[in-house]
Structures are given as structure tokens and as C-alpha cells.
Write a protein that binds this ligand. Structure first.
Ligand code: AVJ
Length: 327
């Protein structure tokens, strides 16, 4: 047993390079410039995100963990979870709370339990799965390299499947992308499967804005890091210091918008795309939307996609939600 987990790749080797090039070409030539948030997460960006999760202002990670700590047992019981499939597995530390609850629920019979990580990053998958194999020697672990925004037909079969999508990553999708994602997920599930969703909730702007514009400047560094990613991977020549970090609460769309604002007129060359990009002073690149939800809206969207509500949990302040859905 060299690896201890099965690895399946559903993406071409050059997937990341090709989609980065497409995204940057589309986003930086648009009238209102934008970049998708998935390119934040190179090694430096992933470390900065881990730092963000420990900031006093950034409540989502610790709040979601507290809800899971309090309710994982009940969630696993309601879902009859025996195979946990995690979309965008990241560092998997919240995953462990669910796996522990599955083991407790299974007590005599932990051998049938499984964990499947689904992510676009081979490195992230291997690291997460190797850690879990070491810690849970009897768990059946599988890694699937796939793009969860439109490859949900590749979920492996299993008994008592629960698909977990935690951390409010769903908030990064705009309404159309969200509807497409939920429809694709629903199509990949069968009766008896469950969906466990972590979603951040609407709350006062005085709480939301500092969570995305912290006093220590970690989120600003995280935001600017996407420009360094473009420099390294596409031969661009951004000076990240030319751009200011902005976090704006859009009360109509109910999302936080992160932007990079040119401090002066800027000209950038992106060698690998043979592209020249000009920014006026004050011009923005939208780098992320982070949607905040209400229970009613989530229920409508999930119900429209063919899910039925099975449970809803929040913290005392009602800041973050975990919800369980059946099909
Ligand atoms: C990982 C997408 C949930 O939207 O809160 C943190 C990323 N961006 N600070 C979020 C993020 C700025 C985060 N998600």
C-alpha cells in the first residue's frame, strides 16, 4: 500500500493552464474588468487564506466549525452518511468533525465508511488524502480530480452518500452559476443521497466589511496576490503596489465584492497572451463576489433545483448556516 487512496483524474493535464489563460483573456479585456477568485489559491494564496481564517474579523471559518462541532452527530444521523464526498476539499480540518461523527454512528462497523475528495488541484488532493489515510487507517479514501462547477457526473457510487460543500464557497458563484451548479449536482445524485451546504448569512455591513478588509491587511495581500499569480504563470508585469484593495457590500445583490483599484494610470503587458492591458486611475478589477444568503432564498433555490430541506443549523448570532438537503 504505497498511497493508501485511489486517485482518478477527470481533467486534461493542461486544464489549469488553459482555463487560466481563457479567464484572464476574457476578464481583462471586458469593459468592466474581472478575474475569477479560483486563481487566488497558489501556494502563497492558500497560506494567506489560512491566515485569513484565523483573523479576529473573519468569522465564517470559526463559526462554521462551531456549528459542525455542535451538530455533526445529528447531521450524520439524519443523512445516514457512510460515504462523505467533499467538493473543494481544502485543508480538510472541518471534514474530520464529520468523519469522527460517522465513525461514532457506525460504531461496530467502521470498515464500510468512505471519503471522497473532489478538487481541481492534484497537490491539494494528495495532501488532504494522505493526511486522512494516516489518521483514519480503516477509512476508504479516494481522490477525484475534477471541476466541481460542471463535472458532477463523476461522483463515485457508494452507500449513504453525502456531498459536502462547506466554507460558503457557493457564495463565490453568481446566481446563474449557482443555479447551474445546483442542477448539475442534483443530476449527479440519487434518491437517498444528501447534500450538506455551508452558507454565510446576511448580516450588518459593520460586521461584513471588516471581515473582507481586516486591520492587519491580510485580505489586501490575499487579493493583490492574484496579480503575482498572473506574473508568474502568464509572464505578466503587474506591480501589485499599483492597486488598492477594496471590499464593498452590495446591499442589493447581497454580496461582498472584492476589487483591486488602480491607484494611477497603469499599463500591463501579459506576455504569454500577447496582451496589453490599460487601466485608468481609479479603474477596478472585480476579483471576487462573496454572496451572503437568507434562509428563504436558499430554500427557494435548492427546492427549484430538486432538493428537499432536511435540516438547518446556525450559530447563536445567526451568522452562518449549515443545511442538509435530500433528493
Ligand atoms: C473561501 C470563498 C468562502 O468568500 O469568504 C476570504 C474567500 N475572500 N476573504 C469567502 C475569501 C476573502 C472566502 N471563501
Amino acid at each position: 500500500m504505497t498511497f493508501g487512496f485511489a486517485y482518478t483524474d477527470h481533467l486534461p493535464a493542461d486544464f489549469a493552464d488553459r482555463s487560466l489563460r481563457e479567464d484572464v483573456l476574457t476578464g481583462l479585456t471586458a469593459t468592466r474588468k474581472w478575474l475569477p477568485p479560483k486563481w487566488f489559491y497558489d501556494k502563497v494564496g492558500s497560506e494567506l487564506f489560512e491566515d485569513i481564517t484565523r483573523l479576529p474579523e473573519y468569522y465564517p471559518t470559526r463559526t462554521e466549525r462551531a456549528i459542525l462541532t455542535a451538530h455533526a452527530g445529528r447531521i450524520v444521523e439524519l443523512a445516514g452518511a457512510r460515504t462523505l464526498i467533499e467538493l473543494g476539499s481544502g485543508s480538510s480540518d472541518k471534514t474530520r468533525l464529520l468523519l469522527d461523527a460517522m465513525q461514532t454512528a457506525a460504531d461496530g462497523d467502521p470498515d464500510g465508511l468512505g471519503y471522497v475528495a473532489l478538487d481541481v488541484s492534484e497537490d491539494a488532493l494528495r495532501q488532504a488524502c494522505a493526511g486522512l489515510v494516516a489518521q483514519y487507517p480503516r477509512l476508504r479514501v479516494a481522490a477525484v480530480r475534477a471541476d466541481f462547477t460542471h463535472q458532477l457526473d463523476v461522483l463515485p457510487p457508494g452507500a449513504g452518500r453525502t456531498v459536502a460543500f462547506l466554507g460558503s464557497t457557493i457564495g463565490n458563484l453568481d446566481p446563474a452559476e449557482r443555479a447551474a451548479f445546483l442542477a448539475a449536482l442534483r443530476a449527479g445524485l440519487r434518491p437517498g443521497d444528501h447534500f450538506l451546504l455551508g452558507a454565510d448569512l446576511v448580516k450588518p455591513a459593520e460586521v461584513l466589511v471588516p471581515a473582507y478588509d481586516d486591520a492587519a491587511g491580510v485580505t489586501a495581500a490575499f487579493n493583490r496576490n492574484v496579480l503575482a499569480v498572473l506574473n508568474h504563470r502568464l509572464g505578466a508585469d503587474f506591480d501589485p503596489a499599483d492597486f488598492d484593495h477594496q471590499a464593498v457590500w452590495d446591499a442589493t445583490a447581497e454580496w461582498i465584492e472584492m476589487r483591486l483599484r488602480a491607484r494611477r494610470p497603469v499599463a500591463v503587458r501579459v506576455d504569454d497572451l500577447d496582451l496589453d492591458v490599460r487601466f485608468d486611475a481609479g479603474e477596478d478589477i472585480r476579483t471576487e463576489i462573496s454572496t451572503k444568503f437568507r434562509r428563504d432564498r436558499l430554500t427557494v433555490e435548492l427546492t427549484d433545483a430538486g432538493f428537499t430541506p432536511q435540516g438547518w443549523w446556525t450559530d447563536e448570532q445567526g451568522w452562518f448556516s449549515l443545511s442538509l438537503w435530500g433528493v
